[in-house]
Design a protein around this ligand. Structure first.
Ligand SMILES: NC(=O)c1ccc[n+]([C@@H]2O[C@H](COP(=O)([O-])OP(=O)(O)OC[C@H]3O[C@@H](n4cnc5c(N)ncnc54)[C@H](O)[C@@H]3O)[C@@H](O)[C@H]2O)c1
Ligand SMILES: [Zn+2]
Ligand SMILES: [Zn+2]
Length: 403
């Protein structure tokens, strides 16, 4: 099978042939239908996120179970699943206190990009490959821990549901699980990428009265409006903290979310939070960066500054709920996908096939005139919310789309 592999930092990602072992005990093999590209994949390629190389990328995916290992009773061949990039063990301290997003086993997997026992099911030239979050969704198939597979109903459109696996769960979950945004409140979201747009959408679902989106790119701000933002701030033109104060009777917002991962914007989000308000940091910055807080103001302001990991999710509870909201027409997923890349369309570009060339820019291939049969399994990458991961796209393009 083929997979997108990072061999060297800041170098093009390569699509290469990989050997995948059969699933062992408590593992399943999943045929991936689609994978999103999260900024965290890009951060990994840039070395902002550490981890050993070579590594199969991708942690936002959905697919169909094609083989189950010994001891797996919850899943069967043919089941549709979303992949969770934290594998909960259901028995460690954090799983027991109702915080499976902080699971000790899941953490070990993310630190090593290996199965819980330190091994890998993917290899190449006799060498074991590392696999992002033990998922490696930018591939045709993946062997993953069974607890990382969240079952969806049979009618779930897998290409859209891939996004539930990271951006949607992280953004919407930060609003409901971490911040617990209340009806009628004011919210600011710094960064309107895949994650930030979903914090905007979460705030809208929570009936926040004022939803202020902050970004430096006008097209991202326009997208934020369609996801429920009531006010847009272009931080490349104005001071976002001042602008937010103007919009909140000089107080600041009840809840601020940072979905970028930069020291400066975390400090801005904190400054834009009102007294006794809540500032939630979702963005994943460099391990070398720190923020500074004024020690005199800290008690005086009574602000809460909290991190949010994977939207504070209990994925086995929350992902099916998010899917149900999507099916009811209340959660936007389709609108997040602005660009679909497939290996087939990449090949067609090289060959100049005009039909496939058009298709390459369409959202999803399901329902395509050429039928499901042709489309099945040929989609390698979905790039949600332009220009989310434009840089990773260009890293990939040099390789799969040719010069
Ligand atoms: N905490 C978690 O569990 C978790 C999960 C997934 C992703 N993340 C992190 O969340 C962050 C966002 O991920 P994403 O995939 O949405 O990224 P993205 O690149 O799609 O979005 C980032 C957005 O921030 C905007 N931006 C950049 N600099 C800005 C500035 N100075 N002011 C205002 N806007 C600015 C960009 O224009 C872009 O729209 C990343 O750091 C990612 O690693 C964290
Ligand atoms: Zn992610
Ligand atoms: Zn656990």
């Amino acid at each position: 099978m083929k997979a997108a592999i990072c061999y060297e930092r800041n170098q093009p990602v390569r699509i290469e042939e990989v050997i995948l072992d059969a699933p062992r005990r408590d593992e399943v093999r999943v045929r991936l239908a689609a994978s999103g590209v999260c900024h965290s994949d890009l951060s990994f390629v840039h070395g902002i996120l550490p981890g050993k190389l070579p590594c199969i990328l991708g942690h936002e995916g959905a697919g169909t179970v094609e083989e189950v290992g010994e001891g797996v009773n919850r899943l069967a061949v043919g089941d549709k699943v979303v992949l969770s990039w934290v594998t909960p063990c259901f028995s460690c301290f954090y799983c027991r206190i109702g915080k499976p997003q902080l699971c000790e086993v899941g953490e070990r997997i993310n630190q090593t990009n290996r199965m819980p026992d330190g091994t890998s099911r993917a290899h190449q030239d006799g060498q074991e490959l590392n696999v992002f979050s033990a998922l490696g969704t930018m591939a045709e198939s993946a062997v993953i821990p069974a607890n990382a597979a969240i079952k969806l109903p049979d009618d779930a459109p897998l290409d859209k549901c891939a996004l539930l696996g990271c951006a949607v769960m992280t953004g919407v979950g930060a609003v409901f699980n971490t911040a617990e945004v209340t009806l009628g409140s004011s919210v600011a979201v710094f960064g309107a990428g895949g994650v930030g747009l979903n914090a905007v959408q979460g705030a809208f679902l929570a009936s926040a009265e004022r939803i202020i989106a902050v970004d430096t790119q006008p097209k991202k701000l326009e997208m934020a409006r369609t996801f429920g933002a009531t006010h847009l701030i272009d931080a490349s033109k104005v001071d976002p903290v001042e602008s937010i104060r103007e919009l909140t009777e000089k107080r600041g917002v009840d809840y601020a979310f940072e979905a970028i991962g930069r020291k400066e914007t975390i400090e801005q989000a904190y400054a834009a939070t009102r007294k006794a308000g809540t500032c939630v940091v979702i963005g994943l910055g460099s391990i070398k960066d720190s923020i500074s807080l004024n020690v005199f103001m800290l008690p005086l302001m009574e602000k809460r500054l909290v991190g949010s990991w994977y939207g504070g999710a209990n994925v086995h509870r929350d992902i099916p709920r998010l899917f149900a909201l999507y099916r009811a027409g209340r959660l936007k997923l389709d609108e997040l996908v602005t660009r679909t890349l497939s290996r087939r369309s990449a090949e067609a570009r090289r060959a100049g096939d005009p039909h496939l060339l058009t298709r390459a820019n369409q959202r999803g291939l399901r329902g395509d005139a050429r039928g499901d049969e042709r489309a099945r399994g040929d989609r390698l990458l979905i790039l949600p919310a332009i220009p989310r991961s434009e840089r990773l796209e260009s890293l990939l393009q040099r390789n799969i789309l040719g010069p």
